[in-house]
Design a protein around this ligand. Structure first.
Ligand SMILES: [Zn+2]
Length: 262
């Protein structure tokens, strides 16, 4: 009897949470594509391919040190502005690709403000989402993001995002590289039953960081797979259509014991 009551309370809590957090049901086959670090190929290869397939995407930009100014390696701000004008989301990955778990609040705010000010000066929509450089995060970082009104923050972890149990500042993702095609194709299968699959993609190709290289042919294969199998491919910002992040932050306790690196 007692266990039945517990079950009823639990079920009621789940439906209450779901009503609060979800603005509308999460459809099966919902995938979010995110692109980190602003390598040059995201402008020359990724953006035209996304346009060709009619897919959305989020570009988590930073000025990757020490070679940011080398335009053969990284996008310049005019190219980032062009991505915004093409309808893609520009989001915050800190100024210098800083490990935010090692920053005090003043330094974290400086890192965020640099990207926000750059966007402001170029007429790019104010970044509302964040990705942790190197997946470095801690409880403090979450409170700093809250004070700056960020909506979602993406980490790693190689698992699907459940909006009813994952805190909006601890959103998991898979990272693509040259050798994990089987893992990524299998991951797409997890975009069902209310869960969302998010990919973290670096350069396509990535010249400076070969361990996170995604060859352009492989990237194209992913887009063809998603298109042929009728996936909905959106940006992080588009998640707000489905999820009330502020409600989720009130209901879901951040669980920092989960895995957040890829
Ligand atoms: Zn990064």
């Amino acid at each position: 009897m007692k266990s039945l009551l517990t079950l009823l309370i639990f079920t009621a809590f789940i439906s209450y949470s779901s009503a609060q957090i979800l603005k509308k049901p999460i459809p099966d086959k919902l995938v979010v594509l995110t692109f980190d670090d602003a390598p040059a190929s995201q402008y020359s290869v990724v953006a035209p391919l996304l346009k060709e397939f009619g897919f959305g995407g989020t570009f988590f930009v930073c000025e990757f040190q020490p070679n940011y100014a080398d335009s053969t390696l990284y996008m310049n701000w005019r190219q980032i502005q062009a991505l915004d004008q093409m309808g893609f989301e520009i989001a915050n990955h800190t100024h210098t690709h800083a490990n935010v778990s090692k920053l005090n609040q003043a330094d974290f705010n400086k890192q965020l403000a640099y990207i926000e000010d750059k966007c402001d000066s170029l007429g790019i929509a104010k970044p509302s989402n964040f990705a942790y450089p190197g997946y470095g995060l801690n409880a403090q970082a979450l409170t700093y993001l809250q004070e700056k009104d960020y909506v979602f923050a993406r980490a790693g972890g190689s698992r699907a995002y459940d909006p009813l149990s994952d805190h909006p500042y601890l959103i998991p993702s898979w990272a693509t590289d040259a050798d994990n095609k089987a893992e990524i194709i299998k991951a797409f299968d997890e975009a069902k039953d209310g869960e969302i699959v998010i990919l973290t993609i670096h350069g396509v190709p990535d010249i400076e960081h070969p361990w996170v290289n995604t060859p352009s042919e492989l990237f194209k294969e992913y887009l063809e797979f998603l298109s042929a199998n009728d996936f909905t491919v959106i940006s992080m910002k588009d998640l707000e259509e489905y999820i009330d992040a502020e409600a989720a932050k009130k209901i879901i306790q951040p669980d920092l014991d989960k895995k957040f690196s890829n």
